[in-house]
Design a protein around this ligand. Structure first.
Ligand SMILES: [Zn+2]
Ligand SMILES: [Zn+2]
Length: 181
C-alpha cells in the first residue's frame, strides 16, 4: 500500500512539473507577442486637407520652401517622446493642400509655424471645417480627413462651400513616397 502511494505522489509531481513548464512557455510566448504587437502602435500617420485665403487670394503652398524634406519613416522608428513639433505635422511631395499628421494633438497653428507662415495679428482669421464655421480652428487638434478653410482678412468672393475633396486626401495618402508607412 505504502509503495503505491509513493508512486502516486511521484506521478502527481511529474504532472505538476509538466503543467508548470507549459504555463511558463505560454507566459513567455504571450510576453513576446505583446511586445511586438504594441511596438507597431507607436507610429501615428493620417491626413487632412486645407485651403487658405489671404485677403481674398487663394494661397499656393506647393513650393519647395513649404515642404518637409526629412524622411518620415525615420520618425516612425523613434519613441513618441522624441517627436518634435516640426515632425508632428507638415507637407510632403510638393502637395500644398494636404497636411501629414504624425502625432495626435497636432494643430493647424503648428502646421503654419512649421511652414514658416505667420498671419498678421490684427486681421481676423475665420475657420471653416467640414462645412461649418468653427471658432479657434487654428488651435484645435487636426483629425483624420478633416477638410478646412482659413479666411484671413476679407472674405469677398470666396466660395466657402469649396473644400479639398476627401478623394484628393485619400489619393495623396496612397502615393506619398517621402512619408514612410
Ligand atoms: Zn502622409
Ligand atoms: Zn511626414
Amino acid at each position: 500500500m505504502l509503495s503505491i502511494s509513493i508512486i502516486d505522489i511521484l506521478t502527481i509531481m511529474k504532472i505538476l512539473k509538466t503543467v508548470m513548464f507549459i504555463g511558463l512557455f505560454v507566459a513567455l510566448v504571450t510576453i513576446v507577442v505583446l511586445y511586438f504587437a504594441t511596438k507597431k502602435e507607436v507610429h501615428t500617420h493620417f491626413h487632412a486637407g486645407f485651403i487658405v485665403y489671404v485677403n481674398g487670394q487663394k494661397q499656393d503652398y506647393s513650393d519647395n520652401q513649404y515642404m518637409y524634406l526629412a524622411v518620415c519613416s525615420v520618425i516612425a522608428k523613434q519613441d513618441n517622446n522624441d517627436i518634435q513639433i516640426r515632425d508632428m505635422v507638415h507637407l510632403h511631395d510638393n502637395v500644398g493642400d494636404v497636411a501629414h499628421i504624425h502625432e495626435e494633438g497636432a494643430t493647424w497653428n503648428m502646421l503654419f509655424k512649421n511652414m514658416d507662415i505667420s498671419f498678421p495679428p490684427d486681421i481676423p482669421i475665420v475657420g471653416y471645417r467640414n462645412g461649418k464655421k468653427v471658432a479657434n480652428l487654428l488651435s484645435l487638434s487636426i483629425k483624420p480627413y478633416d477638410s478646412v478653410i482659413f479666411i484671413v482678412g476679407s472674405d469677398k468672393g470666396i466660395d466657402t462651400s469649396h473644400y479639398v475633396p476627401k478623394q484628393h486626401i485619400v489619393d495623396i495618402e496612397g502615393k506619398a513616397n517621402m512619408c514612410g508607412q
